[in-house]
Ligand binder design. Structure first.
Ligand code: HSE
Length: 368
């Protein structure tokens, strides 16, 4: 049984990962060791192997005793610990949710329903660093990977509607506090059916100035933020840069990249990222064939009929949250021609966007 070290398992992505591993019975297939940067020697969670103690996540010798390390601890931890382990000659597998190593040549971005051939080829040549993709990019490729795999895409734009969870746990809490501030400001008037909507609006909008913004940086509830992640200084946000760079690396197209570009926007959803895309196909294609190609890519694509009722019932963050569904709908041609297709997709940012590709890579390594 492989000795597997887990680091950062208490955070948001880590706890979703552990919950999924419990659901899928993964702990029965490994010899798990939980590490902590702050709680070493305290009791570790019992995942079916009896009581144990937390290891010290900064003890490289203890980490190096593992065949596989899975880190959801964040990029700073990766940057501090990974080079030390490799310099000390550790040849185990490193599975990581953080972006720190993602674009390094010898790291593979893992999204096996989309890039299993890339993963298999890397395994065969001895790759050892397996990094989860940016959540938006992974969800975009989980939705549209079928068209890329068939070589049908000339270029694609993706306009995102990103949930607070992508920014972090504190931001999710603050979003709800902001929503509460809006409601509190308007409550007296809301309770009076005779009150004027313009007065209610004025009260709610005045609340923007008093909202908590320490985590998010600006009012998000009742608004949106058309900038996600750092400013790269060239008109791009770092999130927007990742679409093309990571997307093509996942697809194994880094040397002949398909242009993938768009604007990234934070909205007041909790944990589902949505994206509206325009796909320029290499040739005109009937919508039924586009749908078939998308649905055939892997079992998690759920095509939503392009009708109002089906869309409102099945193609929203509220409908998708907490599930492994990759909902894809609003699929139709654009007025520019039958080689232009638009679509909308929704996926859970913490599942396929973060934890699930890591869990599946671990499974793949222990079954290899
Ligand atoms: N950067 C993403 C976001 C998180 O802010 O939504 C997932 O990689």
């Amino acid at each position: 049984m492989k000795r597997v070290g887990l680091i950062g398992w208490r955070g948001m992505v880590g706890s979703v990962l552990v919950a999924r591993m419990r659901e899928e019975g993964d702990f029965a297939a490994i010899d798990p060791h939980f590490f902590s940067t702050t709680q070493a020697s305290k009791p570790a969670p019992d995942v079916g192997h009896g009581p144990s103690r937390l290891g010290d996540a900064n003890d490289t010798a203890a980490l190096a005793a593992c065949d596989i390390l899975v880190s959801c601890q964040g990029g700073d931890y990766t940057e501090a610990v990974h080079p030390k382990l490799r310099a000390a000659g550790w040849r185990g597998h490193w599975i990581d949710a953080a972006s720190a190593l993602r674009l390094q040549d010898d790291a593979v971005i893992i999204l096996d329903p989309v890039n299993r051939p890339v993963i298999d080829a890397a395994l065969a040549t001895g790759a050892r660093d397996w990094i989860g993709g940016n959540c938006t990019v992974s969800l975009m490729l989980m939705a549209f990977g079928g068209l890329f795999r068939a070589g049908l895409v000339e270029w694609m734009t993706t306009m995102t509607y990103q949930a607070a969870s992508g920014a972090g746990a504190q931001q999710m809490r603050e979003l709800l506090q902001q929503m509460g501030a809006l409601h509190t400001a308007a409550r007296g008037l809301l309770d009076d059916p005779a009150s004027a909507i313009i007065d209610i609006d004025r009260r709610a909008m005045a609340a923007f100035d008093a909202m908590p913004v320490a985590a998010i940086g600006a009012p998000l509830a009742g608004s949106l933020l058309p900038w996600v992640d750092r400013d790269l200084g060239n008109g791009y946000s770092r999130e927007e840069f990742k679409a093309g760079a990571e997307g093509n690396k996942i697809l194994g197209l880094a040397s002949t990249p398909v242009p993938i570009d768009g604007l990234c926007v934070r909205i007041g959803a909790m944990r589902c990222h949505s994206q509206a895309v325009t796909i320029k196909l290499k040739e005109a294609m009937p919508i039924s064939e586009v749908e078939r190609t998308l649905a055939a890519a892997h079992p998690w694509v759920r095509i939503v009929l392009n009708e109002r009722e089906a869309t409102l019932a099945g193609l929203t963050p509220a409908a998708v949250t907490g599930t492994l569904d990759i909902a894809v709908g609003r699929i139709r041609h654009l007025a520019m021609g039958d080689d232009f297709v638009t679509a909308f997709t929704v996926g859970d940012q913490l599942l396929w966007g973060a934890a699930e590709p890591l869990r599946r890579m671990l499974r793949l390594l222990i079954e290899a």
